[in-house]
Structures are given as C-alpha cells and as structure tokens.
Design a binder for this molecule. Structure first.
Ligand code: NAD
Length: 367
C-alpha cells in the first residue's frame, strides 16, 4: 500500500521557519516509527504571488484536493498589504477552505501545566484544560444572502443574513459527535434558540443527530451563557459545537485561556474522501508574524501541534499524536522556552530550531 500523502504549504513570514521544525518531526516518525508520508511542498500566499502572480495556482489547488492532508504555515505580510483584494495572500487560504468545502473548524484549547501561569485566569481554572470547539465554517451569517449596504429612505442600512440548512447543521453536528466519541463523550451545542429561528432549527437538528450517538452526553446552551461558562469554569466542557459567528468569537476566547498564540493549532475538516479520510487542512492559528520573521524567534509548537492533529484525525495515529503532545509537554516542563513564552524568571529563550531539536529529543526519549 502506498504511503499517505501530505501536502506542505509553508507560506510566508515565519511559516517556512516553523514548518522546517515540523519536517524534523515528520522525519523522526519515518525513521523511528515506520510512519512514512509522501510529502510534497507547494506555494501559497505572498510567495505564490511573487512567483506566479496569484496566491494559489490551479495546480496547487488540485494537489490539495488530492492530498490525504494539507499542512499550512501562514500567509501574508506588509509587502502585500497594498495588493488588489483578489490577489491578496489571504485569498489563497480562503480558496483552499472554500474549494475543499472544509465545513468543520476544530480549535482545541489545551493548557499545558507548565504554562498555566500564562493564562489571564487563575491557575486552577485552566491547568489541565483540554476542550475542543467545533465551529461551522462555510455557512451562516458570513455567507447568507441578502447582504450588503442599501439605501432606505434617507439613510443606509447594513444587512447580513443568518441562514442554515438542515444538511449544513447535520454534517457539522456529526463531525462534533464523532470527535466527542474519540474524547470524553460529552458535547455541548451552543446557539441562541431563545431569539433566533436558525438557533431553533440548529437545536432540533443537533438533537436529532444525537440519537445516532447515544453514548454521547448532549447538552445545549445559549451562546452568551456559554461564553460566561467558558471564562468561569472551562473544564466543564469536552467538545463544543456552534455556528460560524458564535464559533469565531468563542474559539478565540477559549484559545486565549491557554496563553500564547504560538501554541495554538487548528484543523479544518470536510466530507470523507473515497478512502474514508476527511478532506483536511491543518494550520497554526497564528499569522506570518512579520515582526519576528527571519530572526529564529518563532515558536514552532503551534505548527507541530497541527501536525499532531493530522496524525490523529487524518492518519488514525492517535497514540502517536499523544506521544508528540507529551513530548512537547515534557520540553515545556523542562523549562525550555521560545521568546514568546518567557515569564519573569530570566530564562534564556531558545531559537525556533533549538525548540524543534528539543521536541525531537523528547520523542526519542519516549521510545
Ligand atoms: P500574527 O499572528 O502574525 O502575529 C501577532 C503577534 O503574535 C505578533 O507579535 C507575532 O510576533 C506573535 N506571534 C505569532 N505567531 C507567533 C509564533 N509562532 N511565535 C512567536 N510569536 C508569534 O498576526 P498579525 O500580526 O495580525 O498578522 C501578520 C500577518 O499575518 C498579516 O498579513 C495577516 O493578514 C496574516 N495572518 C495570517 C493568518 C493565516 O495565515 N492563517 C492568520 C492571521 C494573520
């Protein structure tokens, strides 16, 4: 059987720097665990614009559609700020998400014990936190019609429309239930069924889908109450599923419970392909960080954790994903820090590349 394929799109700014560290981890898995991938690379974002005049070529798009998983670094930078909207680096990323129809955005909020002091919340509220927010990504108010700014009488009116079909709710709910089955078997669905018809339908469809997952304990919460509970006692949650708009807000808030942007991975999943794997794009939450690009200061952990998500959700290697997460936990527990993770204690930061080496050392120590 051929190896699973992985398309790597390092992108701009710190993207290539953090991706170089992921390549070390991928090589380690090939050499030590017999886990081999057919890895190929491509351009996305500003670097693709520089080379081809477009942030994503049709050829790279087609390769992404074929790949078992896509791993992306980051796109953008000040050099491209004045480009026409149609060729801005971010358009490359949006095209990938849209054409791959990646409707379920997975944002974990996981707090490594060694970093619990970084949170703005009390240590006992966040230490050991491990929750997953599933945000619907391709529908809802960001896409609904009608939209626009129109003249009405003697003033202008801004219009956006929240719109969800049953099938759109059904498929993202199923992704969330499947995830809950692999985790703590608890799912909380958040909407505003008290004031929005789309929320009423959301709740009905999620409840209906839940009948196919009797082992999962399903609860419902209004999204505003959910936001409060996330700050008050986030450990009550396992998996949360919500729409595009609420998910945008709730996943950012939850992510920040855990500290640095340099630590946050994400996955966007679509429908299963012929081989049963979901279409999938894995990427750190952070951007291209032009302020530190090229200086060896970037924290590669968000990107490495994105690869861990790929191991778990695309390649059925949950144990190896856990091994990688535990290796990172150990490195942090040993006090190894990139500059973004420095506290008050006068630790000398390691470089991007040194952090990658330490993770690989910890992987080897885990054997
Ligand atoms: P950013 O995430 O790039 O940076 C915000 C701050 O966090 C900066 O101070 C940066 O140095 C720091 N930071 C980010 N990642 C880090 C890491 N791995 N290690 C250490 N520090 C890190 O956001 P921004 O500055 O608002 O945007 C910069 C560019 O990135 C813009 O062009 C923006 O459009 C783009 N962007 C891309 C994505 C993406 O590719 N998914 C996401 C957000 C922003």
């Amino acid at each position: 059987m051929s190896n699973p394929s992985l398309l790597i799109l390092p992108g701009d700014g710190i993207g290539p720097e953090v991706m170089a560290e992921v390549r070390k981890v991928i090589d380690w898995y090939g050499e030590n665990r017999g886990l081999n991938f057919d890895v190929s690379e491509g351009l996305v974002g500003g670097c693709s614009y520089d080379e081809h005049g477009t942030p994503l070529t049709d050829e790279t798009m087609a390769r992404a559609q074929e790949a078992d998983a896509v791993l992306l670094g980051a796109v953008g930078g000040p050099k491209y700020d004045n480009l026409d909207f149609s060729v801005k680096p971010e358009r490359g990323l949006l095209r990938l998400r849209k054409e791959m129809d990646l409707f379920a955005n997975l944002r974990p909020a996981q707090c490594f014990d060694a970093l619990a002091d970084f949170s703005s919340l009390k240590k006992d509220v966040v230490a050991g936190l491990d929750i997953m927010i599933v945000r619907e990504l391709t529908s809802g108010i960001y896409f609904g019609e009608p939209r626009g700014i129109i003249e009405e009488g003697n003033e202008r009116v801004g219009i956006n429309t929240q719109r969800y079909t049953e099938s759109e709710i059904d498929r993202v709910a199923r992704s969330a239930f499947e995830l809950a089955m692999r985790r703590g078997k608890k799912l909380c669905s958040m909407e505003k069924a008290n004031v929005m018809e789309s929320g009423v339908l959301w709740r009905e469809v999620v409840t209906e889908v839940g009948k196919d997952y009797p082992e999962v304990e399903l609860s419902h919460m209004y999204a505003d109450a959910g936001a409060m509970q996330l700050c008050r006692w986030p450990k009550q949650f396992d998996v949360i599923v919500t729409d595009n708009l609420f998910g945008d807000l709730l996943s950012d808030a939850a992510a920040m419970l855990t500290g640095s942007l340099g630590m946050l991975p994400s996955a966007s999943l679509g429908a299963p392909m012929a081989n049963g794997r979901p279409k999938a794009l894995y990427e750190p939450v952070h951007g291209s960080a032009p302020d530190i690009a090229g200086q060896g200061k970037a924290n590669p952990i968000a990107c490495v954790l994105s690869f861990a998500m790929a191991l778990r959700y695309s390649f059925d290697q949950g144990d190896e994903a856990t091994r990688l997460e535990q290796a990172i936990e150990k490195v942090l527990a040993d006090g190894v820090r990139t500059a973004d993770l420095l506290g008050e204690d006068g630790v000398t930061p390691v470089s991007t590349s040194e952090m990658g080496d330490k993770i690989v050392e910890a992987l080897t120590a885990s054997l």
